[in-house]
Design a protein around this ligand. Structure first.
Ligand code: TRP
Length: 472
């Protein structure tokens, strides 16, 4: 079946699709605020180091494993370790993890869509009230938004890799870049904006401690879509003439670039429209920032550009976040879809129906776990707190299993598939890679300190989340 596996149509298309996957809500909101709170430029530098020295090799390993096996993640694990069922656990994890992450991410995406519609309806002012968010996420309209998102993602995935995923990314990603730059220019030309830039960029090394390092590492790893099976899947659609190393570098650059640029938008906006901001107030959670804090910032703009001017800026921002979230959602749902297609030998259409319909059910369970249905709201108790179904999914899959998956993929590639094979795959379409410094670095790091770091992050998170303990 290798011969007729779907493929990306162009190198740029693949890079945009992978960057679309990587650029998400975390880049636009989580990164800027984390950077500002945790040492500014010092955090940025740390983050960039992690992206290029630790995450990029894992990214290349995932892409190479996908391209070589021409399989979904479970198929890839089976391909490289046919005789050892223990490895297949890693494969299963790389299908279940994206499935569950997609479910909670769909819920956040539907909120973003709901806010976008509300702003276009002239409700920006209402969004800034304290009750709005709680009321909205418990209102029946969330079902309509979930249905809309299911249809949008379904249509994109229905058209397949080239006509769906690639075409969607080719439309949404350039629009995202343009909207982002437009908003940055607008915000930087406001009074007092430079205070935000300073606050964002002036390095403060004293803030860097073990916790911040751990946070930067986690953020970099999650941001690049690692451990989610996405890059194995996308790698399986890349042709052998393309250089994986160069494409991966472009994706990492785009992801880091968007995160950095978003900081030039969000922080100056905060300072310029709310000069007395107490930065301790900035929440650690992207969710409360987007849905409760930022609408206030946008509303404050009405003093200079009027209510509708402020609403337009807010609408562009929410559209930007929506595109970022939608391209991530598409990439992550493609993983189980391709898994079902390969493993069950069904058509894309059938796989999409199977994955999509069950996913909507689990997403509903997440969506109603904020008070609408008690059973899902107080779903379980651990780490000293009562947790909703939504919290559980985030804690287990997003925070905990991802680094474990990263560790397993390093082990699979280096100790099962072997470095020589990895090198051969990475040299395909890239003659300069052979014998390069990058090759030597990757060979060494993937078999040594990268898996150790990932394992450490995994253990630390388990202790932290479930036992309220910490290694650092
Ligand atoms: N960078 C994404 C974010 O910031 C995280 C992410 C990467 C993601 N790949 C994803 C989220 C796929 C959902 C689906 O939000």
């Amino acid at each position: 079946m290798t011969a007729n596996r779907e493929q990306f149509g162009s190198r740029l298309g693949f890079i945009l699709a992978a960057a679309g996957s990587a650029v998400g809500i975390g880049n636009l909101v989580g990164f800027p605020v984390n950077a500002a709170k945790n040492g500014g430029a010092a955090f940025l530098l740390l983050y960039a180091l992690f992206v290029f020295l630790i995450c990029l090799p894992v990214m290349m390993a995932e892409l190479a494993a996908g391209r070589n096996s021409r399989k979904n993640p479970l198929g890839a694990y089976q391909h490289f370790a046919p005789d050892n069922k223990l490895w297949h656990i890693g494969g299963w994890l790389s299908l279940v993890t994206p499935y569950m992450i997609a479910v909670f991410y769909a819920v956040i995406t539907l909120w973003v869509l709901g806010y976008l519609v509300a702003i276009l309806n002239g409700e920006l002012e209402a969004l800034t009230t304290t009750e709005y968010f709680g009321n909205f996420i418990n209102s029946p309209s969330i079902f309509i938004y979930l249905a809309l998102i299911a249809v949008m993602v379904g249509v994109i995935l229905h058209f397949g890799v080239k006509e769906g995923i690639e075409r969607g990314a080719k439309i949404m990603m350039p629009s995202l870049f343009i909207m982002l730059l437009g908003l940055v220019v607008f915000v930087l030309t406001r009074d007092n904006a430079m205070a935000g830039v300073q606050y964002y960029l002036i390095p403060d090394v004293s803030k860097i401690d073990a916790k911040v390092i751990n946070g930067a590492m986690g953020q970099a790893f999650f941001s690049l879509s690692l451990g989610m099976g996405i890059l194995i899947t996308y790698g399986s659609y890349v042709d052998r003439q393309a250089s994986i190393a160069n494409s991966a570098k472009m994706v990492a650059l785009a992801d880091t670039g968007v995160a950095f640029t978003a900081g030039l938008l969000v922080l100056p906006a905060i300072f310029s429209f709310n000069p007395n901001v107490n930065t301790a107030e900035l929440s650690d959670s992207s969710v409360s920032l987007i849905f409760t804090f930022l609408p206030k910032i946008f509303l404050a703009m009405q003093a200079s550009v009027g209510y509708w001017g402020a609403s337009i800026v807010a609408a562009i921002f929410f559209l930007l976040v929506f595109f970022a979230a939608l391209t991530s959602l598409v990439s992550i749902i493609e993983v189980p879809v391709s898994g079902v297609m390969d493993q069950k030998g069904v058509t894309r259409h059938q796989a999409l129906l199977m994955v999509g319909s069950t996913m909507v059910v689990v997403a509903l369970a997440c969506a109603v776990s904020f008070g609408m249905v008690d059973f899902f709201t107080s779903f379980i108790h651990y780490g000293g707190a009562s947790k909703s179904f939504f919290d559980l999914v985030i804690d287990v899959f997003y925070d905990t299993i991802l680094p474990l998956n990263g560790f397993l993929i390093c082990m699979l590639v280096v100790y099962r598939w072997k470095k020589a094979q990895l090198n051969k795959e990475l040299e395909q379409g890239d003659p300069e890679y052979k014998g390069s410094l990058a090759e030597r670095y990757i060979n060494f790091s993937l078999g040594t300190f990268i898996p150790v770091i990932l394992l450490f992050v995994f253990i630390n998170t388990v202790l932290n989340k479930f036992f309220s303990m910490s290694l650092i």
